[in-house]
Write a protein that binds this ligand. Structure first.
Ligand code: ZN
Length: 469
C-alpha cells in the first residue's frame, strides 16, 4: 500500500535528518525488519530450512537447561540432548495449556543466555479459569516491536495520525469520559519513529460513551475487539454519525467475521485489519496487505495446524493451532497447543512465501454440538438481526445438545412475534431446530482479558477434542 507520508526514524546524529541514523535501542528492531522485508518473499522451503536451524538451537537449549523438556523428549524415545532429525519433529510431544500450568517450574530454563536481556515473568489473564504463567526475555520484546512495525508498514499506516484504542486496561485505568492521552503510539514505535498521539479507553466503558469518546478523538486508527467493534458500528449507524478522519480499524483478541468487515466498510467506509497474537507467544499471524487472510510470522514462530490425528492439515482443513516460539529461551514453548483452531489457506497470490491461515477460529468451547455429535463454529448472520429487532448484544449458551439459551441485551424486550422470528433465524443459521429460550440481561460481561465470547458451549464433547469439520 502506498503512503503519502512515509515514516522516517528518529536520527541521533546532529545535523543528519535523512536518511536517519537511529539510536542503539532502535537498531535491533529495524535490523530485523530489514531482514523480514527479504524473508517474506522467500519460497516456503527456504523459510522452513531457516526455521529448522533456529528450532534445533531452541530444542538443544531447552534440553540442556530444562528438566521438563529433557523428560518430555526421553518419554517420546527421542535423544535427551534435543539433537533430533527433522523427520522426528512430529514425535516431539505437544505441550497443552494444562501441562504448562502444572509444569511451569520444570519447563522454565535454568540458564538463560545473558545476551537475551532481562527476564520478565507474567501470566495470561485466563478467560476460562486458570491463567497460564510464562516468562519472556528483552529479546522477545525486540521481535514483538519488529512484527508490530511490519504490520504498520504492510498496511501503509500514516504515523502522523492519532491512534485510538478501546481495550482491556488495568482496573481503574483509562476510565471514561476521557480515558488516557499519550504522546506516542506505544512500545513498538517509541524511540524509533515519531508518531502522532494515542488515546486509550477501557473496554468496560458503556457503548454510548465509547462512541462519544471516539468521535471526540478524531483518530486516524482505531484498535479494539471484534465484538466491541460490532456494537460500536451498529450504534454509529443508528445515530447517523461516524468518526470522520478514521482510516482503518485494527482488531485483536477475538475471531473476526467476514460480515463485520463488510459492516464496518458500509457504515464507516474503512477497512478492518486483524491480527493474531497472544500474550505468551507474541505475534502468530498478521493480515496480508492485499487479502483478508493471514500470513504466519514464520520468522518468529513455527506454526502447525494439526488434525485429530496430530498430522498437519492441508489447505481448506481446520485444525488445532500448535506454536513453537523460536526465540524465547526463558520459557521455551515447543509445540505449544495454544487452544485455538485455524483453517489452513492456499499459498497467497501476493507472492509472499509466509504460510497462510485462511481463518482464525475460536476455541473448542465456542463450538456448538449437534445432536449427532458433530461440532462446528456457528455463523449466525448478525446482519439479519437488525431486521428483526434492535439487539445490542447477543450471547448463545448451549446447555444441552438440544437447548440453547439466547442471552440478549436490548433497550426493550422483544415481543412474541420478534422472538419467534429470531428463533427461526437462529435455527436456520445454526443448522438445527434447537430449542431456543431467551433471557434478558443488562449487559454481558467480558472476561478479565476483555474477551467476549458470543457462543459458549457447556456440552462436554463426547469425543476427544479434535477437528470435526
Ligand atoms: Zn499475501
Amino acid at each position: 500500500m502506498h503512503n503519502d507520508n512515509p515514516a522516517i526514524p528518529y536520527s541521533i546524529v546532529p545535523g543528519i535528518v535523512w536518511p536517519a541514523l537511529p539510536d542503539t535501542r532502535a537498531v535491533s528492531p529495524l535490523a530485523l525488519l530489514q531482514q523480514f522485508d527479504q524473508s517474506q518473499w522467500w519460497p516456503p522451503e527456504l523459510l522452513r530450512e531457516r526455521q529448522w536451524q533456529q528450532v534445533q538451537r531452541l530444542l538443544m537449549h531447552a534440553c540442556q537447561t530444562s528438566a521438563g523438556y529433557r523428560e518430555r523428549l526421553t518419554r517420546a524415545g527421542l535423544p535427551a540432548d534435543g539433537r533430533i532429525a527433522p523427520e522426528d519433529w512430529l514425535r516431539v510431544p505437544l505441550l497443552t495449556r494444562a501441562e504448562l500450568q502444572h509444569g511451569y517450574a520444570a519447563l522454565r530454563s535454568t540458564a538463560i543466555p545473558a545476551d537475551h536481556g532481562a527476564v520478565l515473568e507474567d501470566h495470561t489473564s485466563g478467560s476460562t479459569g486458570r491463567p497460564v504463567r510464562f516468562a519472556k526475555t528483552a529479546l522477545t520484546d525486540v521481535f514483538w516491536r519488529a512484527f508490530t512495525l511490519r504490520d504498520h508498514f504492510w498496511q501503509g499506516r500514516d504515523f502522523s495520525q492519532r491512534l485510538a484504542a478501546i481495550r482491556a486496561c488495568d482496573a481503574g485505568q483509562a476510565l471514561p469520559p476521557d480515558g488516557i492521552q499519550r504522546t506516542g503510539w506505544g512500545g513498538a514505535t517509541d524511540g524509533i519513529y515519531p508518531t502522532g498521539p494515542a488515546s486509550l479507553l477501557t473496554i468496560e466503558t458503556d457503548i454510548e460513551q465509547q462512541l462519544d469518546w471516539l468521535l471526540r478523538q478524531d483518530a486516524g486508527y482505531l484498535l479494539t475487539y471484534p465484538t466491541n467493534l460490532r456494537v460500536l458500528v451498529q450504534l454509529s449507524a443508528q445515530r447517523g454519525v461516524r468518526p470522520a478522519r478514521l482510516r482503518e480499524v485494527r482488531t485483536v483478541s477475538e475471531s473476526l467475521d467476514m460480515d463485520l468487515r463488510e459492516l464496518v466498510r458500509s457504515v464507516w467506509h474503512v477497512p478492518v485489519t486483524d491480527m493474531y497474537t497472544t500474550r505468551e507467544v507474541g505475534y502468530i499471524a498478521l493480515q496480508c496487505p492485499q487479502h483478508a487472510h493471514y500470513h504466519v510470522m514464520a520468522e518468529g514462530a513455527l506454526v502447525e495446524i494439526l488434525n485429530a490425528d496430530d498430522r498437519p492439515c492441508t489447505p481448506g482443513e481446520i485444525g488445532r493451532v500448535v506454536v513453537t516460539a523460536l526465540h524465547n529461551f526463558a520459557l521455551p514453548l515447543i509445540r505449544y497447543e495454544i487452544g485455538d483452531y485455524a483453517e489452513v489457506g492456499a499459498p497467497c497470490p501476493c507472492g509472499r512465501g509466509l504460510p497462510v491461515l485462511a481463518r482464525i477460529l475460536g476455541r473448542s468451547r465456542n463450538m456448538l454440538t449437534l445432536p449427532d455429535g458433530s461440532r462446528h463454529w456457528p455463523r449466525f448472520g448478525y446482519a439479519k438481526f437488525g431486521d428483526i429487532a434492535p439487539i445490542r448484544q447477543l450471547q448463545l449458551v448451549q446447555h444441552t445438545v438440544e437447548d440453547i439459551e439466547a442471552r440478549l441485551v436490548v433497550d426493550t424486550a422483544l415481543n412474541v412475534e420478534q422472538e419467534a422470528r429470531l428463533t427461526v433465524h437462529l435455527q436456520t443459521a445454526l443448522g438445527h431446530p434447537f430449542r431456543i429460550r431467551f433471557t434478558y440481561l443488562d449487559s454481558i460481561p467480558r472476561s478479565a482479558n476483555g474477551k467476549y465470547e458470543d457462543v459458549l458451549s457447556l456440552v462436554e464433547p463426547s469425543v476427544v477434542t479434535g477437528n470435526s469439520e
